[in-house]
Design a protein around this ligand. Structure first.
Ligand code: NAI
Length: 332
């Protein structure tokens, strides 16, 4: 199988080249452009494309890929909200992903953001480097004996629940399905109860129609004053304009975001004044209690190895001609 690997970074090439040694029937070409309607035609002559959360796998992209003979989309990520699934099904694509390659990697990053916001670590780091050893502006609060509110308790949310429990927190959770593995550490309550009682709210549900902008001005008003909000899931779970309004209302002790609505627009790669001026992300960054990281939750050695191994195993399963619906990582 010939795979065209879009948006390849050095670390992708390293982890996939290492994993490929165990998959003799697969060849991979790595290219820098990301997959979108303009770049899809580069896949002419390939059986599969390997894409990421940032790829734009809309109907137009799928039409071009289909016309070039590509039949498989290998997502090297868990989320698949960037794929037009209806169109993919219509055109007979296989769409396989890597669920749960390292839930702990993302959950640990979520807690790192929560702690960094709470204890103002970014501010402390800069102050000390500038020879300012005073503690002004650095006051936090104990997580111990406070309440964590975890929204979405799948693989990553469950790992976050365990971490919060380890900190001595009471853990409230909301999910459309309860996770039986958490029965001894979590109290399942309504979304409103999570919002009203949590000192730390962490989002771990996928982006879907039902979760789009679930954090908006109405839900923000229901939160406790001084809450810390963390989002490592998908930017559009949070309505950024409303978040900015909430920050202005002094609702939050801190906001830690690994994902943000404008991620796919590459706002910060194109640093034109106009784009930055109209950018909600740039506006968020102007607040002293907001910390943003650039979708790095997954970025650990263990996770990269799992991503490469699973993606190539997905390709091998597809090549074996098994019924798509029987493949564990099928998203259609
Ligand atoms: P998962 O599928 O194991 O869990 C998602 C959970 O959300 C499920 O328990 C599901 O029932 C729940 N859910 C669905 N609709 C809901 C709703 N309306 N309200 C509350 N809960 C709802 O997914 P996993 O592996 O835990 O990943 C969660 C998300 O994390 C992914 O969808 C992805 O967006 C994000 N992610 C972020 C990464 C990063 O690097 N920052 C890396 C990997 C995933």
């Amino acid at each position: 199988m010939k795979i065209l690997f879009y948006d390849a970074k050095t670390y992708d090439e390293e982890s996939f080249e290492a994993a490929k040694k165990d998959f003799k029937d697969i060849s991979i070409d790595f290219i820098k452009p990301d997959l979108d309607p303009r770049t899809a035609s580069l896949a002419k002559g390939y059986d599969a494309v390997c894409a990421f959360v940032s790829s734009d796998i809309c109907a137009d992209t799928l039409d071009v890929l289909h016309s070039k003979g590509v039949s498989l989309i290998l997502l090297r990520c868990a989320g698949f909200n960037n794929v037009d699934l209806k169109k993919a099904k219509e055109l007979g694509f296989g769409v396989l992903r890597v669920p749960g390659y390292s839930p702990e990697a993302v959950a640990e990053h979520a807690m790192a953001l929560a702690l960094a916001c709470n204890r103002r670590l970014y501010k402390a780091y800069n102050k000390v480097r500038e020879n300012d050893f005073s503690l002004s502006g650095l006051m936090g609060f104990n997580f111990h004996q406070k309440t964590a509110g975890i929204i979405g308790t799948g693989k990553i949310g469950a790992a976050m629940c365990r971490i919060c429990k380890g900190f001595g927190m009471r853990v409230l959770a909301y999910d459309v399905y309860e996770n039986p593995s958490l029965k001894d550490i979590v109290e399942y309550v309504s979304l409103d109860e999570v919002l009203a009682n949590a000192d730390l709210i962490s989002l771990h549900c996928p982006l879907m129609d039902s979760t789009y902008h679930m954090v908006n001005i109405e839900s923000i008003r229901k939160m406790k004053d001084g809450v810390i909000l963390v989002n490592t899931s998908r930017g559009a779970l949070v309505k950024t304009e409303d978040l900015i309004e909430g920050i202005r209302m002094h609702k939050f002790a801190g906001v830690g975001l690994d994902v943000y609505e404008e991620e796919s627009k590459n706002v910060f790669e194109d640093r034109s004044e106009e784009i930055l001026e109209n950018s909600t992300t740039a506006r968020l960054l102007s607040f002293p209690n907001v910390m943003i990281t650039s979708h790095q939750g997954f970025f650990t050695k263990e996770a990269l190895k799992n991503i490469a191994d699973t993606t190539l195993q997905n390709a091998t399963d597809f090549m074996a001609g098994k019924e798509l619906s029987t493949l564990p990582n099928n998203v259609l």
